[in-house]
Design a protein around this ligand. Sequence first.
Ligand code: ATP
Ligand code: MG
Length: 345
Amino acid sequence: MGKNIDEKDVVLKVEHLVKRYPVKKGVFGRAKSYVHALEDVSFELRRGETFAIVGESGCGKSTTGKCVLRLTEPTSGTVYLDGEELTALSGAELTRARQKMKLIFQDPYSSLNPRMTVADIIAEPIDIAGTYKTREERDARVERVMEAVGLDLSYKYRYPHEFSGGQRQRIGIARAIALVPEVVVCDEPVSALDVSVQAKVINLLERLQDELGLSYVFISHDLSVVKHIADTVMVMYLGHAMELASADELFSNPLHPYTQALLDVIPRIADERIQDKRILQGDVPSPTNPPSGCAFSTRCPKCMAVCRERVPEKFEVEPGHACRCHLFDESLSEAERQFVAGKEA
Ligand SMILES: Nc1ncnc2c1ncn2[C@@H]1O[C@H](COP(=O)(O)OP(=O)(O)OP(=O)(O)O)[C@@H](O)[C@H]1O
Ligand SMILES: [Mg+2]
């Protein structure tokens, strides 16, 4: 039996999520190695808030989203949705619980069925859930949802290919919110759109959040979008949650050398007082063969001896501001603090 939690303002709670994808190799197709996609990721999403996950390509953002939705099974770890242990459910119970959580995809071109009309695409989750007894109620709901996302009702019987990227993303959003879920996982929802359209879709997501009380997990590599929309931000690197803080705190006081390097890449939001630019050097190591110690140690400009040896714990540097970095470990010895070059040893 799952353990249920009672924390009213926390709608989604993720504890110690680990995901290793087996890599099939060899004649018999047995898993010889694993992609370490997620290593001990924990976070909470409060009701009505936006929790952003940022980091470079391949750091595990989408995998986090998929594990949370149980579209892929986590190797270990626990997910609570609305106080209920989602990772302990199966079958009809899982289907019911999962109604409370929806996904908005990056690519509005491939995520909509080209053979279905706009009305049927939006109605599909409503029909599956069997929410409405009569056709009239169901159709009325579809129209209300279309209006809510700014789609003209004359589009009802058109097909996805007749629309622009922004309009298609509105259709995807309408489908996701048709039954007013608790949580929406938005995986790069505007990355595929023209910059001019991005702001409109972001504004729509924010308006829907206010009107419907939605909570978002917002996955993005675009820090300027995240700075605008997020309440809380988690920075990921090679499957690890490196830093977690409120958006205000993270952007004004980044603590992890990786976060600092990420922010430096974006001149618009970099702190002008930072003179020594800490531009990221070297490649991200392979997640099938991650470095020993801290995942960022091979690229870190502040790498110390201990960083090659041990995975850093999560230090709560200030209330609500956590950082996985040995720099914040006050118990280190002189030898452990010894500076080493942030390149391959
Ligand atoms: N089904 C899979 N099988 C094997 N490896 C996978 C699978 N899905 C993802 N991975 C690997 O897991 C790691 C994390 O991938 P993920 O898609 O979560 O990254 P991401 O942060 O979403 O990247 P992007 O910004 O490119 O979308 C990557 O190394 C990726 O290659
Ligand atoms: Mg992704």
